[in-house]
Design a protein around this ligand. Sequence first.
Ligand code: GCW
Length: 649
Amino acid sequence: MSKWWWSLPVLGLSLLSPLPAGAEDGYKLWLRYARVEDPVLLKAYQAAFSSIVVQGKTETDQVLLKELQQGFRGLLGKSLPNSDQPQEGSLLVETPQSSPHFFPPQWDRELQGMAEGSYVIRSIEVNGHHVTAIASESPVGCLYGAFHLLRLLGTQQPVDNLDLSESPKVKRRVLDHWDNLDGTIERGYAGKSLWKWQELPGQVDDRIRDYGRACASIGINGAVLNNVNANPQILTSAYLAKAAALAGALRPYGMKVYLSANFGTPKALKDLPTADPLDPAVAAWWKAKADEIYKLIPDFGGFLVKANSEGQPGPNDYGRSHDQGANMLARALAPHGGIVMWRAFVYQDSVDKDRIKRAYKEFTPLDGKFDPNVFIQVKNGPLDFQPRERFSPLFGAMPRTPLAAELQVTQEYLGHSTHLVYLGTLWKEFLDSDTYAKGKGSQVEKVVTGELDGQKDSLIAGVANTGDDRNWCGHPFAAANWYAFGRLAWDPSLASEDIAGEWTRLTWSNDAEAVTSIVSMMMASREAYVDYTCPLGLNGVFEKDLHYAPDPGMVDPRREDWSAAYYSRADTEGLGFDRTRKGSDAVDQYHKPLPDEFNSLSKCPEKFLLWFHHVPWDQKMKSGNSFWVELCGRYSQGVREAGQQKDQW
Ligand code: GCW
């Protein structure tokens, strides 16, 4: 199919014209620290801050002091000295270990009860001086607090009467890099990998520290360094030394390093004839490997595993189950405090005719069988990071297992880095969805934070969109998705519009018209994209392999369920996948009352219609239009919206 029209509705390239010398190029992301534009506010800020008192001596303390100095210099045009004693206008940064101790003793008690990384920011008096205080149990919490304060200044908020207390709602906030050892990135649209494996461990690119800064500024505290389609070489001693060098560079920013592990590694590296998880020699191999890793990286986070999925090896190869495979790895890591993130992205066709039902059928019977340090990592939707999917029914269906949510920050099916698609709205739609697992009010968000089932550990992962392009993500607007992921991982209850507003102010300008305009473009962008690619719940229609333009007629000879036709089911009668009780009955994988709602053509929300129904072409829609007319109207509406955004920009 000719795709000449496909470049028409996008904003993309118009933003990438050559820059005048000295102009900003996107490298600084949301950490530009541009001078405060409002002159009255600038004066007030300048008067409010006179010096910085950072008492800690750890690497993180050094990093945060440098960040504050850089931030104040940029924002206020003023260099703040680092002093030992508080004075009028000091910014005081303290942990319970700091000495001398300036903060009231009750703060220590308060902070002790808070999650790791929590902090308070308060305007108080110390020795008769008005100061701003950042306090946390740990230097990393103080670093988060420092970034918070800089964000307040960068978005021109009042800072004179602060009384803030912040706690991350999710414990592990992790970027999954699908970076290959040859420097390419699977589904990456921003150049090559940031990790220059060939230079490591001897030389660590300076950019790694800026990556760590950017992550810490939004609370991200972990990175899986390599692709889930994992090269077994990553676990050789040579590569572990390289990973250790990266871990060392990221540690001051509060980031832990994790690795994707190929389940077949002992066999692939020819150390053993098998990778059978019940073979004691295999378990011993993994235990020794874990010991080796922790000698090099004492705070190593753990393994991410894609097993028995898309050709990757796994326990099923030996007639073993997912729990047997995951637990074997978990036991190697447990003595060191490591975790396993075992992906639920499996879809063996023998399990069910409908691909989206397979993971649920494979994993729900295993609930309660996993060791405590195993997460089951589930993509937001049951298919594969489509522009709009219903949430995966696994959320709310495995109460005895910590479930990690996997989001995709990189825009595999969402226009790569050339379409403006702000994903904050997509992720909120997912996080806000009610699973009804424990009755009304059992939102996905509560499953992920662990609140719903009382899980102690929690994890949210985002497939990264970073690369070595100068502007990090291939396009300035793509960076908004990195930002939004971090902010939502810290607090899934934040509003996507507020996050868009923050990012816009920090990245572009505080000018009211600019902010309103850019935020409205961002907020409308995902819906426009859905409309011009796959409206009304249509899904799986993207072109083969590349996953860029829609190609609804695509037939992939390798697998039926990689073909667009398998999902769209277009025929003389209508369009869409019948997942009602008369069809594949996927509706019944959800908790009541959702199955009845999804099952009914009239009650099913129109945005999910073709996800659950094979809709007759002449079906009357809520607008009064026939389905065919409505479908065409949606496509046109999406194109119009994108065109308007170009004008708006
Ligand atoms: O969406 C598919 C992608 C693959 C990816 C896979 C997965 C890393 O097309 O590129 O492989 O999902 O999530 O494992």
